[in-house]
Design a protein around this ligand. Structure first.
Ligand SMILES: Nc1ncnc2c1ncn2[C@@H]1O[C@H](COP(=O)(O)OP(=O)(O)OP(=O)(O)O)[C@@H](O)[C@H]1O
Ligand SMILES: [Mg+2]
Length: 339
């Protein structure tokens, strides 16, 4: 039976118990860029500008080995761009980052994957005209397995191919997609495609798995099992970085949470302390929990709604006084001032 496992020097799986994970973070300061006891990824001064916009500007970030790090932040905070940079899908303007002390900069995605770092996409990239099985098998060729295929002699290739198919089938069974293996990927639901993408990423037996909103578009009936799958990656010793907007999910699954806003890391904390962190509330929770408007029996605004209405009236008056027009009142700006 051919062995398609990683060479020993790339096997850095660390299986930690819940108690061990809690104790790891007990002494980590709740501040941006906080050092971790055993970081697997270290990011320094990584920046990326689009036109005049600084999409990513991360001074320092350490990702703890063997844990799930939740990465949160409002839309446009730079989470996906940071993933793109770290996995070789985009090039930064500046900065360095490393895995276990080895630089991952200036590499192509397949080279990063070869080092054991794989990612999934916010918008899934299943090849709809290929079967589900072939999509997963491609995980081996597109990423670390490429080297294996290139160095094989023709007569060992068939055995290798069998091993790849065997692993693909195991992964499909794990994600309960085995009954669909001969279907075209295009026939899967959005949630099933997310699972397919995860199966494909796992073909290379990665050390670090970066998941960009794996729950987005997934049927609520599937989210619990998807969460279970993600926890099981960690429980097998992988390091998981996980982008998600749903705070309940983040609290449930993360050992540590990193908060980005406007390209930078603005806060880090245990999930339990998120809501007591002012920076998080200001930048993220506040803007994402729009208050329902409240009116009394006569239709007059009350409470926070009254404050908002008054602010709107004042803004309208001010606009008219300064000779402006009212075609586009900037409500988001007002909400920010009157949360
Ligand atoms: N290829 C690009 N060209 C121009 N601007 C871009 C590009 N990619 C991202 N941006 C901009 O960079 C900023 C960060 O975007 P990014 O997609 O990284 O945010 P995000 O945190 O992943 O947001 P979301 O939660 O909506 O997925 C945004 O203002 C976005 O419009
Ligand atoms: Mg994104």
């Amino acid at each position: 039976m051919p062995d398609h496992r990683l060479p020993d020097h790339l096997q850095t799986a660390t299986v930690l118990t819940a108690e061990e994970r809690a104790s790891i973070f007990a002494d980590v300061p709740h501040s941006p860029g906080a050092p971790k006891p055993d970081p697997i990824l270290v990011v320094d001064n990584v920046s990326r500008t689009f036109g005049g916009l600084k999409a990513v500007d991360v001074a320092h970030l350490e990702i703890q080995r063997g844990c799930i790090t939740g990465l949160i932040g409002p839309n446009g905070a730079g989470k996906t761009t940071l993933f793109n940079l770290l996995t070789g899908f985009d090039r930064p303007d500046s900065g360095t980052w490393s895995m276990d002390g080895h630089s991952l900069g200036r590499m192509y995605p397949h080279q990063v994957a070869r080092r054991g770092v794989v990612r999934t996409f916010q918008l899934t990239k299943a090849l709809s005209k290929l079967t589900v099985l072939d999509n997963v098998r491609l995980g081996a060729t597109g990423q670390r397995g490429e080297r294996i295929f290139n160095t094989l002699l023709p007569w060992t290739w068939k055995a290798q191919e069998r091993a790849v198919t065997e692993r693909a089938n195991e992964l499909l069974a794990r994600f309960k997609l085995d009954t669909k293996s001969d279907d075209l990927a295009g026939s899967l639901s959005g949630g099933q495609r997310k699972l397919l993408e995860m199966a494909r990423a796992l073909m290379t037996e990665p050390t670090v798995v970066m998941l960009d909103e794996p729950m987005a578009g997934v049927n609520p009936a599937l989210t619990q099992s998807l969460l279970g799958h993600i926890k099981s990656l960690r429980d097998e010793g992988m390091t998981v970085v996980f982008v998600e907007h749903d705070m309940d999910v983040i609290r449930d699954i993360s050992d540590w949470v990193v908060v980005m806003a406007q390209g930078s890391v603005i806060a880090e904390s245990t999930p339990g302390h998120l809501s007591s962190n002012n920076a998080v509330v200001d930048a993220y929770l506040g803007s994402h929990h729009d208050q329902a408007l409240e009116f009394d029996d006569e239709g007059n605004p009350v409470g926070a709604t009254a404050v908002l209405a008054e602010a709107l009236e004042n803004a309208e008056a001010e606009t008219l006084e300064t000779g402006g027009d009212l075609s586009e009142p900037d409500i988001t700006e007002l909400r920010r001032e009157n949360p």
